[in-house]
Ligand binder design. Structure first.
Ligand code: MIC
Ligand code: SF4
Length: 781
């Protein structure tokens, strides 16, 4: 089947807009943002009647209707016009398929696609990249064609991880962007409001509509002092995660401020903002300062830094905010960087914080092996030049004493630019000298793309990474792998010791000679003295006129499948829906729609639906990924039950506990249930991105008004959602569960649909709403 969308007159004109994607943010994009800045700040102060935080300035400056839009924190839905969109390959496929189904001509906002998630970590960089190109050629060709067709910039496999490439090329202070990846907030390290979204939100912006999100609550983190010794920027966010937990940032933007902020490099700031995703925060950001200007200059964007300097006084909070933060933030956290101890968080959840010197004892008490089976550094979170110089400084000391890593040690550089630079500066050689293997510039082991020969998958094993997430099965698909996250320099120290029973601040490592080696604290360098080496360029610009480009999807492909729109709501209440599953404890998007080997099906909704709910713990049996089929009482995998119910035309619902859908932005976790006939998800609470994803796909995410209702839902109950015709914003929904003995329990639920968003529910999906507005296209043959 080939799909060739054309212009309304069938011709497909030359790109009319200025959005044609470039390998770096052009001044023409930055200048209007700064030109509007003074007026927007004045308007914000006038409308809110007080001085402003930095976040508020960025938000007001990107409001579609700055004079009229309501700005009630945690309540009003605001409409924004972001400056850019970034997509990674694992989600770009489903975004591209929805874009084709939407019937557009071109994308009016600068957009880039980054090929990073589909590269497997198996042997080493070069062979792994070659096999990725081979294995994924159909998907890469498809994405390349879609980019060329719609005017999107394409970053080839090997060019780097989306967030690192965005930081190096596109992020700018005071800008606003969205990205189809939950760690998009990484760009907050350069003072950008960068929000992780599902593909549905990306499509809105890519089709010229506004980005719709609740006006956030604000959490202020006041930094004083200066980091030293083994403490690094990663410890700031590990500490914040420990305090706020994985739900503490929900609906909030985290703004860092104070004298300590200016002492952290731009890339260190990016690490902190990146992992703000683990708090459920909408995004995190730092104010503009000299470290950002230096990074912009070092990455070839001195002119952007120059333009930012013209409004520098307002690319940060007003002075009154620092003087009395409680007045401006909903919550304030104080961190004295001078006393911050090195931390290590995990396993299983990123908010379980331990002091480095205490984690060994914790592991012994909790049945987690203290011996380390692998150590990994890099990822989008921690692979800056500074990170690598710090890690290499430890490696050099070790090599000088004849020490080598006592575990497997893997390095994933965040981008080709970082890789080429650290190779030139011999930092890779330092790491290789203690036994490190360098992997491709890609997500690899961070997203389960780690083809690891684990000795015995039934035995627990411990790994230490500098990544951000550590949910069970995350890295190697093995629930018995217990992952801890910490800074890259600490990962190297642990790799040398081979055990969690080690604190480099107080302990020494015994070398083969029998001598005890005390490691000196790491020494880093923010930016390379010789400048960055860009390495091999991986950017492909779209042609001026892409209208003639055909996007071909083979009907027999097992990787790609054109989408069929979901049906509109039929106007009836949902009556007696069987409960496909009730999830116990955490129910992350990794558990709802696993990554790893399933990443190959991200462009094929039917095939990927084979992983639906496979990682979820069944609250009725404690089994993983399986339950009772309501149609015949047999035990089957949830994915099979969902398929059987949908083939029989039986709609269903599912029940979750707290923070349902925590983690990634993958909208497959919402599309798969919808595709298989799921209509409602009831939970105690939802993670922001996932809740929006569900709404966009036409599923009702309902929150129990009384959280104890969760306990009262039985395996054989049937749930009804009543009064749907009068579904309205801020109005509770009446639900009823009917037990097998015929008795009922009536209960209330809340929802977060705004008036506009209700249209998604009525139309069957947000995409259907867009399709209605784009009559007559696309043409599929
Ligand atoms: C992740 O870190 O979980 C991912 C893989 O980058 C996801 C995106 C995806 O699943 O496609 C994310 O964080 O959004
Ligand atoms: Fe890739 Fe991991 Fe970063 Fe997600 S968190 S973008 S999988 S490196």
């Amino acid at each position: 089947m080939s799909l060739t969308p054309q212009g309304p007159d069938g011709s497909g004109a030359r790109r009319a807009h200025a959005a044609a994607a470039t390998p770096s943010t052009p001044l023409s994009l930055v200048e209007p943002v700064y030109a509007r800045w003074p007026g927007a700040v004045a308007l914000g102060r006038e409308r809110l009647g007080r001085p402003l935080t930095f976040t508020e300035k960025v938000l007001v400056n990107h409001l579609r209707r700055p004079r009229r839009q309501e700005m009630a924190r945690g309540r009003s839905y605001a409409e924004f016009d972001p400056d850019r969109v970034a997509l990674q390959d694992a989600l770009a496929q489903i975004v591209a398929l929805q874009l084709l189904a939407a019937g557009l001509d071109e994308v009016p906002v600068p957009t880039t696609v980054h090929c990073d998630h589909l590269i497997q970590a198996k042997v080493a960089s070069a062979p792994d990249l070659r096999s990725a190109l081979d294995l994924n050629s159909e998907v890469y060709d498809f994405l390349r064609a879609v980019c060329a067709r719609f005017g999107i910039g394409f970053w080839e496999p090997g060019s780097g991880i989306i967030h690192q490439v965005v930081l190096e090329n596109y992020a700018f202070p005071g800008g606003m962007m969205i990205g189809t990846d939950s760690h998009t907030p990484n760009a907050g390290g350069l003072g950008m409001v960068a929000i992780g979204v599902g593909g549905g939100d990306a499509i809105d912006v890519m089709t010229g509509q506004a980005f719709n999100v609740r006006w956030p609550r604000l959490i202020g983190v006041h930094l004083t002092g200066r980091l030293s010794g083994w403490s690094s920027p990663k410890d700031v966010i590990l500490d914040v995660a420990g305090r706020l937990t994985v739900t503490g940032g929900t609906g909030a933007i985290v703004e860092y401020f104070g004298s300590g902020a200016d002492t952290i490099s731009a890339t260190g700031k990016a690490t902190i903002c990146n992992m703000g995703a683990e708090l459920g925060a909408t995004t995190s950001l730092f104010p503009f300062d000299d470290t950002m200007a230096a990074y912009l200059t070092a990455t070839g964007r001195g002119e952007v830094a120059g333009r930012a300097s013209t409004v520098a006084g307002d690319l940060r909070a007003d002075p009154a905010v620092g003087a009395d933060p409680e007045r401006f933030f909903d919550q304030v956290i104080e961190i004295d960087l001078s006393t911050l101890a090195p931390l290590i968080n995990g396993p299983d959840t990123p908010d379980r914080a331990h002091r480095v010197g205490e984690v060994g004892a914790w592991a012994h008490d909790n049945g987690v092996p203290s011996g380390i089976s692998a150590a990994l550094i890099g990822s989008c979170t921690n692979s800056s030049y500074e990170d690598m110089t710090r890690a290499a400084s430890i490696a050099r000391q070790a090599a000088a004493h004849g020490l080598r890593a006592r575990t497997r040690l893997l390095v994933t550089p965040g981008s080709e630019q970082v890789r080429a630079t650290i190779e030139r500066d011999r930092l890779l050689a330092d790491l290789e000298a203690i036994g490190a293997t360098v992997l491709a510039n890609a997500c690899g082991p961070c997203i389960g793309q780690w083809d690891r020969a684990t000795p015995d998958p039934t035995e627990r094993n411990t790994i230490v990474t500098s990544f951000n997430r550590n949910f069970p099965k995350r890295n190697d698909g093995n629930a018995n792998t217990k992952a801890f996250v910490t800074s890259p320099d600490m990962v190297i120290a642990y790799a040398l010791a081979g055990t969690l029973d080690f604190d480099p601040l107080t302990d020494s490592i015994t070398a083969d000679s029998g001598a005890g080696v005390r490691l000196e604290p790491p020494v880093g360098q923010n930016l390379p003295e010789l400048g960055f080496d860009p390495g091999a360029s991986g950017f492909v610009a779209p042609p001026d006129d892409g209208s003639g480009i055909a996007v071909v999807v083979s009907p027999t492909s097992d990787r790609l499948q054109l989408l069929t729109p979901f049906p509109a709501w039929d106007g009836h209440d949902y009556v007696d829906l069987p409960v496909l599953l009730k999830a116990k404890g955490k129910c992350t998007t990794d558990q709802i729609s696993a990554a790893g080997p399933w990443l190959r099906y991200r462009g094929h909704l039917e095939n990927i639906s084979g992983n639906l709910f496979l990682g979820v713990t069944n609250a009725f049996t404690d089994a993983t990924g399986e339950g009772k089929d309501p149609s015949d009482g047999q035990t089957r995998s949830f994915a099979d039950i969902a398929r059987r119910l949908s083939l029989s035309g039986i709609p269903w619902c599912a029940v979750g506990a707290e923070n349902y859908g925590e983690g990634s932005s993958r909208e497959h976790a919402a599309m798969e249930p919808r595709y298989r006939g799921g209509l409602v998800i009831l939970a105690r609470s939802f993670a922001r991105i996932h809740e929006t994803n569900l709404k966009k796909q036409g599923i009702l995410p309902l929150t129990f008004a009384d959280p104890t209702t969760y306990e009262r839902i039985g395996e054989d109950d049937r749930i009804s959602v009543l009064g749907l015709a009068s579904l309205a914003p801020d109005t509770p929904v009446h639900c009823r569960t009917t037990r097998p003995d015929g008795t009922h329990l009536d209960f209330g639920c809340t929802h977060t649909f705004s008036r506009d968003q209700l249209e998604w529910f009525h139309a069957g999906s947000a995409l259907n709403v867009i399709r209605r507005r784009q009559p007559g296209r696309p043409t599929a043959t």
